[in-house]
Ligand binder design. Structure first.
Ligand code: CTP
Ligand code: CA
Length: 223
């Protein structure tokens, strides 16, 4: 806030991070969501702030504390998250760690839907905007380094290769979330880093905080 820059490998850099799930309302008491604790995204935001960056963390609803040193913007839906991300630009680095709902109910009802003894009405869904692809594809204010995540249950590397091409990001961090009670909500993560040039690097299982610190070192080296 003073305009002074903290020392560190990301001194003077601006970083935005998305984290947590989105909640897509069905009615005032119900929503659709993805499983996500926000731990990995929050750890990246904390590590970037510790490395000297000015950090904006755009977080869906989570039950963990705010990371020290970051400005936190809280959102509910995918569309609110996209709007908050666009408002945080320009940045040098953008990291899309949020588990964004791919679909939302076509209509969020204003009043609670009641049981009436008949079969429930089917839930019509529409696709949400792809926040990562939207930002990676911008011509104005595209962050120099756009980092995507991929949570996969099978064919992790094949899906990651397809995803980095489709999303247009510079680096993709893929993790295998197939282990029940494992990565999602847990404290540890094992990731594969895929570069735009096809280079693949697999890291051992690490604390999410340590994954955050190592990723931040990598971002600094790539800028
Ligand atoms: N993402 C996003 N906006 C969306 C969906 C995903 O910004 N509407 C971002 C995630 O934050 C992540 C990356 O895109 O960085 C990949 O998300 P993932 O769910 O693995 O990929 P999808 O493209 O949604 O494909 P699918 O869920 O079908 O595997
Ligand atoms: Ca998805």
């Amino acid at each position: 806030l003073s305009g002074r820059t903290k020392p560190g490998p990301l001194a003077g850099r601006r970083v935005l991070v998305t984290s947590g799930p989105t909640h897509e309302p069905i009615d005032p008491v119900r929503y659709l969501a993805n499983r996500s604790s926000g731990r990995q995204g929050h750890a990246i935001a904390a590590a970037a702030a510790a490395a000297g960056a000015t950090v904006t963390l755009i977080s869906g609803p989570v039950a963990i504390p705010d990371p020290p040193g970051a400005k936190v913007v809280r959102v509910g839906t995918a569309r609110e998250m996209l709007e908050a991300v666009e408002a945080a630009l320009p940045t040098d680095v953008a990291v899309f760690c949020a588990a964004v709902g791919d679909w939302r109910p076509a209509e969020a009802r204003g009043a609670k839907i009641k049981k009436d003894g008949t079969a429930p009405a089917p839930l019509a869904l529409v696709e949400n905007p792809d926040i990562l692809a939207t930002i990676a594809g911008r011509s104005a204010d595209r962050p120099r380094l756009v980092v995507g995540f991929a949570a996969e249950t099978d064919r992790v590397i094949e899906n990651a290769r397809e995803k980095i091409a489709r999303k247009g990001c510079d680096l993709l961090v893929a993790n295998d979330v197939s282990h029940e009670g494992g990565v999602m909500g847990g404290a540890r993560n094992s990731v594969h880093l895929l570069g735009r040039d096809g280079a693949l690097e697999s890291w051992p299982e690490l604390d999410k905080d340590e994954v955050g610190r190592r990723l931040v070192e990598r971002f600094a080296a790539m800028l």
